[in-house]
Design a protein around this ligand. Structure first.
Ligand code: FES
Length: 107
């Protein structure tokens, strides 16, 4: 059992996830609001930035949903990944907001 910390919709959620279940599935089972679409690596709606932790990304996915470049930068699809230990993730939407706030805070 691993602990997943998810930042979504400006809030932080902590929940447990078994190694055989994706972070998306575990979040949905616990009524935690995580963006969800196709649940099979095709749409990219569940894209997250991994802030900390080890994980395995299923390679069977659409490159439109997650490009090799994004994969290399630590983005992942929450519907097609498995946590290998405690995981700290943030939804793409929240990540972009934080980035935007950082940029405007510097000006
Ligand atoms: S829900 Fe569509 S790629 Fe994850």
């Amino acid at each position: 059992m691993v602990k997943v910390t998810l930042k979504a919709r400006g809030q932080q959620f902590e929940y447990s996830c078994t190694p055989d279940v994706t972070p998306l599935r575990a979040a949905r089972d616990q009524f935690i609001p995580i963006p969800t679409g196709c649940i099979r690596g095709g749409c990219g709606m569940c894209k997250v930035k991994v802030l900390d932790g080890e994980y395995e990304q299923d390679m069977i996915r659409s490159h439109d949903a997650l490009s090799d470049e994004e994969l290399a930068k630590g983005f992942a699809l929450a519907c097609c990944m498995k946590a290998k230990g405690d995981l700290d993730i943030i939804t793409l939407e929240d990540y972009e907001k934080v980035q935007q706030e950082d940029i405007s805070g510097r000006n």
